[in-house]
Design a protein around this ligand. Structure first.
Ligand code: ADP
Ligand code: MG
Length: 238
């Protein structure tokens, strides 16, 4: 596990400033939800933490150590994307084993981690299937499993439910909430959905146009929104 600090982070694409002077800390073991409308800079912030995008200014620290110059493999950060990609020719078990084979983990350790992730995500009966034989929700769980087996120190999720229909979204949201109880890994969860944010966030950081508007526990956001944007974007309690 690790704490995360964004310190006065700026990101520009050409003349366009996408993240403006953003400071945010996530405690060791905390689940923080980053909530904001499409285009406000959420994925960019996540990608900078994962090492997939350079900063224009500022610092990112993991456990107090500046990681600006470290590549993705050196950060031990695992990311679940909006468009999860599983290897179609591999079974679920092989998909889960893949990141571990890359790390030359011993077979017994590999099997143990795969079993633990499968139990956590209810994938036990699906291990010998291929992705084409799975539903959208099951595939999403495999994608999460593939991040979990790596035992990352930080877990990043970028709108993991946005490709699912409403019923599945509610179901998997509950599973993620359960997962949260078992998995005490520092997590930054990105969404534009206020219900997801309120269900899953210990704290929620509300963002608009590259700026943080408020960082607070869900109830406090409703009771004491810092400005009109926060009040309007959250609407009424779910
Ligand atoms: P969100 O995830 O909140 O929807 P993004 O972080 O994807 O927002 O994008 C924030 C802004 O940055 C958008 O205006 C987007 O067009 C712009 N942007 C993202 N990536 C790039 C890029 N590689 N080059 C230029 N502009 C980009
Ligand atoms: Mg995005």
């Amino acid at each position: 596990m690790a704490s995360v600090a964004f310190d006065r982070v700026v990101k520009r694409f050409g003349a366009h400033t996408v993240i403006e002077d953003l400071t945010l800390e996530i405690e060791d073991g905390e689940w923080l939800v980053l909530l904001g409308p499409s285009g406000c800079g959420k994925s960019t912030l996540l990608r900078m933490l994962a090492g997939l995008e350079d900063l224009s200014a500022g610092e990112i620290r993991l456990d107090g150590r500046v990681v600006n110059r470290l590549g993705p493999p050196q950060r031990n950060v695992a990311m679940v994307f909006q468009n999860y990609a599983l290897y179609p020719h591999m079974t679920v078990r092989e998909n889960l084993a893949f990141p571990l084979r890359m790390r030359r983990l011993r077979r017994v350790d590999r099997d143990e981690r795969i079993q633990a992730a499968a139990d956590m995500l209810g994938l036990g009966g699906l291990l010998e299937r291929k992705p084409a034989e799975l539903s959208g929700g099951q595939r999403q769980r495999v994608a999460m499993g593939r991040a979990i087996v790596r035992e990352p120190s930080v877990f990043l999720m970028d709108e993991p439910l946005s490709n699912l229909d409403a019923r599945l979204r509610a179901q998997i949201r509950m599973q993620i909430a359960e997962l949260q109880q078992q998995l005490r890994t520092t997590t930054l969860y990105v969404t534009h959905d206020q219900v997801e944010a309120m269900t899953l966030g210990q704290r929620v950081a509300v963002m608009d146009q590259g700026r943080l508007q408020q960082v607070a526990a869900p109830l406090e956001l409703y009771q004491r929104p810092a400005n009109l944007f926060v009040a309007g974007f959250l609407g009424n309690p779910p």
